[in-house]
Design a protein around this ligand. Structure first.
Ligand code: AMP
Ligand code: ZN
Length: 113
């Protein structure tokens, strides 16, 4: 995906503050953080949205398991955190490369806005 910002981060064409990386996934700090800790976890493979994961069940489950390593590494596993996956216009999705927001470091209100 030539014009995808997150593919460019995966390909190191755009710099990111990377927290975790392996052959399948990458996690980096959000450029516009909504909490003291705000990390985005993405698959390296371009998958557009949560509506397009059918062929990647194993990859998606591996991403879920990786969240534990990431929150432990950035130090919010004990205090708590929230994961968010926006999907489509009404959710305010801006970048159509699947990503899991991981937010923590402050009390997060509920319901979300
Ligand atoms: P969403 O609204 O769910 O599509 O979230 C996209 C997120 O990507 C937003 O929180 C942005 O702040 C973040 N973002 C956009 N460009 C970059 C970038 N170059 N590096 C890190 N985060 C980014
Ligand atoms: Zn992409």
């Amino acid at each position: 995906m030539e014009e995808c910002i997150f593919c460019k981060i995966v390909n190191k064409e755009i710099k990111a503050n990377v927290v975790y990386e392996d052959e399948k996934v990458m996690a980096f700090y959000d450029i516009n953080p909504q909490a003291p800790f705000h990390v985005l976890l993405i698959p390296k493979k371009h998958i557009s949205t949560l509506l397009d994961i059918e062929e990647d069940k194993i990859l998606i489950s591996e991403m879920m398991v990786k969240i534990k390593d990431i929150v432990e590494k950035i130090g919010i596993s004990k205090s708590g955190f929230r994961t968010v996956i926006n999907c489509g216009k009404d959710a305010g999705m801006d970048i159509f490369h699947l990503h899991i927001h991981i937010l923590g470091g402050r009390r997060l209100s509920w319901p979300p806005g």
